[in-house]
Design a protein around this ligand. Structure first.
Ligand code: ZN
Length: 441
């Protein structure tokens, strides 16, 4: 791949901002550039400095006046739920049983899984999301389709074949044995191939027998470097039912702890209603609580206590995610807009530097992947999102009176969606404009 110089205003975080005035938390260049070579960021800084270091005659792509940020990261979603999104249900358990489980049954068909995987990666590119942590369905075919498409597109993805052996329709059940064999096969076929990462993925405690939870424990002890993803403490009925199914556990978190599934690479979707003891257990193990704002509002699950979890004496690591299809938008911008409102309802603020940190470096830290993604640091993968704060007429009108970076970020987060994404680069290659060209045909 020939080197390219991508010019625009650039923003990258080196740590979490402590306040809206904490300018030491990020690097911003009003005329910045990135030198991209072989899918990597070779140099970053001012246009003048990067241009001086670039090879003679380098191709230049000028995105001014747009803002270039690291590719957005989504730490929890379900790729087989693209046709579940916007299903009319009263709550989590009704939504699962009425819409989600029947839909996921269709992923036993390879052709269906491949078709939806194609749409999924298109939507990620259109929304500026370059890495996602995804649940496939219980069927190995769904994981094969997902990872094959990821390999083809060159994306950094974390995903897993869902393990579930009870409390769901027959077409969605594996067994402890098949979940072990098929997860091992998915690891052997896909982990480390291209930029793919396989996660051990028991759906949640309700749909796994103790025997299957033992299998998850064995898989993690065999592959301790892998991510683990599951759901925890989303809904009161779910919590009560889980505690009935595992009466020996102290609480919901303890169900996972008893199978050694807590840890720094373990991602727990939701964590809305944790007790103090559970939050301590999450903190002590370095586990990540994944905040899914649009899903929590849509399913009426509750208000994620972000500040309670992060400000406590034993802070809990957090990340943020769409949770498609319980979530209602693929856009991380819209997701952070709803996160902002959830904090407002708790009398808290969420400043725009913090939200942009969360969508980029913060989520990369939660995935333990900052050496590859989440920043514009030289040596990391060239996943970039180019944002246009004047993408729609009302945004353009509002943008006329924007006079600071904080204002711009807040405008993007509050009014932006896929239309604000001018381009997405995956490993240095444009991923959104080819889709726009297809649609224009
Ligand atoms: Zn979920």
């Amino acid at each position: 791949m020939t080197p390219a110089l991508i010019r625009g205003r650039t923003l990258s975080f080196n740590r979490a901002p402590q306040s809206i005035d904490d300018s030491a938390a990020y690097a911003y260049e009003s005329d910045g550039a990135l030198l991209i070579e072989n899918g990597l960021i070779k140099a970053a800084g001012t246009y003048t400095a990067v241009k001086a270091a670039a090879p003679e005659g380098v191709e230049e792509i000028d995105h001014r006046p747009h803002l270039i940020v690291p590719g957005l990261i989504d730490t929890h979603l379900h790729f087989p739920q693209m046709q579940v999104l916007a299903s009319y249900a009263a709550n989590l358990l009704e939504w699962l049983n009425t819409y989600t489980f029947p839909e996921e049954c269709r992923f036993v068909e390879t052709a269906h899984a491949e078709r939806i995987a194609g749409h999924f990666f298109d939507e990620m590119a259109r929304h500026g999301t370059t890495t996602a942590t995804a649940y496939c369905s219980v069927h190995k075919a769904s994981a094969d389709a997902f990872f094959a498409e990821s390999l083809r597109r060159g994306t950094c993805m974390v995903a897993g074949k869902v393990m579930m052996d009870r409390n769901a329709p027959q077409g969605l059940l594996d067994t402890p044995e098949t979940s072990y064999d098929e997860t091992r096969a998915v690891i052997a076929n896909w982990h480390g191939k291209g930029r793919n990462h396989v996660a051990i993925t028991p759906r949640f405690a309700i749909t796994s027998t103790p025997e299957q939870m033992e299998v998850a424990r064995s898989l993690l002890s065999e592959f301790p470097h892998l991510h683990v993803q599951t759901h925890l403490s989303e809904n009161r009925d779910e919590i009560a039912y889980t505690c009935e199914l595992f009466p020996e556990a102290q609480d919901y978190t303890d169900v996972y702890a008893r199978y050694d599934l807590l840890g720094r690479k373990s991602l727990f979707g939701h964590c809305i209603h944790l007790s103090e003891r559970e939050a301590d257990a999450m903190s002590e193990s370095g586990s990540v609580a994944v905040f899914c704002p649009t899903s929590n509002l849509f399913l009426g699950s509750g208000l994620f206590p972000l500040r309670v979890l992060t400000r406590r004496e034993k802070p809990v690591r957090v990340s943020v995610a769409t949770d498609i299809g319980g979530g209602t938008s693929y856009s991380m911008l819209k997701t952070l807009d709803e996160a902002y409102k959830i904090l407002q309802l708790q009398g808290e603020r969420l400043n725009p530097f913090e939200t942009f940190y969360m969508m980029t470096r913060g989520n990369a830290e939660a995935l333990s992947l900052t050496d590859r993604i989440g920043t514009l640091e030289p040596g990391t993968d060239a996943d970039l999102t180019v944002l246009n704060m004047a993408a729609t007429p009302p945004m353009a009108l509002r943008a006329e009176v924007v006079n600071s970076l904080a204002d711009e970020l807040f405008l993007l987060q509050t009014m932006g969606d896929d239309r604000a994404v001018a381009e997405t680069y995956v490993g240095g290659r444009p991923a959104k404009s080819p889709l726009d060209a297809i649609q224009a045909d």
